[in-house]
Design a protein around this ligand. Sequence first.
Ligand code: SAM
Length: 284
Amino acid sequence: MNDVYKNAIAALPPLRDVIQAQGLTATKALGQNFLLDLNLTTSIARLNGDLSGLDVIEVGPGPGGLTRALLMADADHVHAVEYDARAVEALQPLVQASAGRLFVHEGDALDIDLLAFGREGCRSVIANLPYNVATPLLIQLLKGIHARGSEAAKFMLLMFQKEVADRIVASPHSKTYGRLSVMAQWLCQTKSMKTLPPSAFTPPPKIHSAVVRFIPKARMDTVPFATMERLLAQAFGQRRKMLRSCLKEYAPLFEAAGIEGTLRAEDVTVQQYITLAGLIEAAS
Ligand code: SAM
């Protein structure tokens, strides 16, 4: 059975022909930089091993290069959310070839509860994200993981501009460590898995890209998402200032959180932010 649908996918026209036939010329406003090399999309799809038993959620399948690889890597089901109606149309032959494994949903991924797709305990998210909305999409996914717990997804493999990927995985005491690092590392183990040059994409963007793997953590804290967001916005909003000045009203809680008031936002560990946010919540 597997071979039947794999043969049907392998027999589909090359992605360049799909793009041409559908007039799917890349639109910058939709962050469209396509991956057309199936060896490359296969290596991305398999970065965390084969996908059998998993329901994969993909944001922005475009002409379907990564989608084909997800299906060939044995994903049980793929739920692909695409904004561009031309791409939704172009994906229909792949839907047919997938033997009921691929579901394409037309819409704005920012308006959709992505982690509602797929079966509990079997979900993963794998996507070459549209760069223009990659950060809000990540925050939305992290919010979903916060609400649902570590069972929300087994893992996520998400492609960002390399500069954003570097911020996500950054450690304290570095210039790239910021809000995104703390939010992501609060809820997930993060690791940069693969860097891609501009030439990997059609059309090539100006910047390098990188795939980050997120593995949701079992959390011990009960800090609300909004409390952490507010704390980090305040701390990193004035990152050159000492904490005793930019987080003045929380200074009485610093000692219990093991934080020196003379530190700057970039010197505070993720665990210290979690402790401080918990104390703020308890005091409110
Ligand atoms: N996955 C394809 C690939 O790797 O070749 C395309 C990736 S391209 C970087 C981003 C895709 O996201 C495009 O197909 C674009 O139309 C789609 N997209 C952009 N904004 C979106 C949104 N808000 N919701 C869903 N899809 C979106």
